[in-house]
Design a protein around this ligand. Structure first.
Ligand code: ADP
Ligand code: NI
Length: 218
């Protein structure tokens, strides 16, 4: 199987595993992450199959989405072998998707990702900021019955992974301070940092306008 055929199979596999979710992890998210990974790769000397495969697969073993992450991982590994992805590439893909989440960067336990993983992580994070990031946060918050805003809730610094996962009283606006505004400084590649600049400003403008309007309600 050539790499184009492998990628088509991987896209199908990803699609079959992602279509259930409607909380910001739909296949539209995957498509944008793949497209961005392709774009960022143009400036980097990365293995394109590993990069795009990791982009397609980065959410299929997420413990927020699957009941049994180990079973999902075993299934994925068998699938990669079946479509003749080399053991070295397969190992790299599995390492990347297990270690690239935002939660992994908390607790000071961040794992150094190979270049392909850095590109996919940047692509995933870029999809959480800017206009799309705002929309996804509202969509997610609505689905999880979060309040829109509560001026008494302050951003928490230096949370542990557990605390981050179990965050109570999260509001949609607070999520920007907890996570979205911090993404810009966590990006790995210069091209992603460049793209993040406008998106950051757009979110800051949005928050400032939001708070002005909220005040006016009082
Ligand atoms: P990923 O696994 O793709 O890195 P997450 O599962 O953490 O991302 O989140 C998916 C989307 O939902 C992101 O756009 C993220 O900003 C948003 N989101 C996550 N947690 C919250 C929250 N508590 N409130 C609002 N939006 C959230
Ligand atoms: Ni994602």
């Amino acid at each position: 199987m050539n790499s184009e055929q492998q990628l088509n199979k991987i896209a199908e596999y990803s699609h079959a595993h992602m279509t259930q979710d409607r909380t910001g992890h739909g296949f539209d998210h995957i498509r944008r992450v793949v497209a961005m990974a392709r774009k960022l790769s143009a400036k980097e000397n990365a293995d394109l199959l590993v990069t795009l495969a990791s982009a397609y697969l980065h959410d299929v073993i997420d413990d927020k989405l699957v009941a049994d992450p180990q079973a999902a991982l075993d299934d994925l590994q068998a699938f990669l072998t079946e479509i003749e992805v080399s053991p070295q590439q397969s190992k790299k893909i599995l390492f990347i998707i297990q270690n690239m989440s935002f939660a992994h960067t908390l607790d000071g336990k961040a794992v150094l990702l190979p270049l392909e993983g850095q590109i996919v992580q940047d692509s995933d994070w870029l999809d959480a900021i800017g206009a799309i990031g705002i929309t996804r946060a509202i969509y997610f918050g609505g689905h999880h019955s979060e309040k829109i805003y509560d001026p008494r809730i302050k951003p928490r610094e230096s949370m542990t992974k557990e605390e981050y996962r179990n965050l109570q009283n999260e509001t949609i606006i607070n999520h920007f301070y907890e996570k979205l505004l911090k993404i810009k400084d966590k990006l790995n590649t210069p091209s992603a940092r460049q793209i993040a600049e406008d998106r950051q400003q757009f979110m800051l403008d949005f928050l400032s306008e939001f708070k002005d309007e909220w005040q006016a309600e009082k």
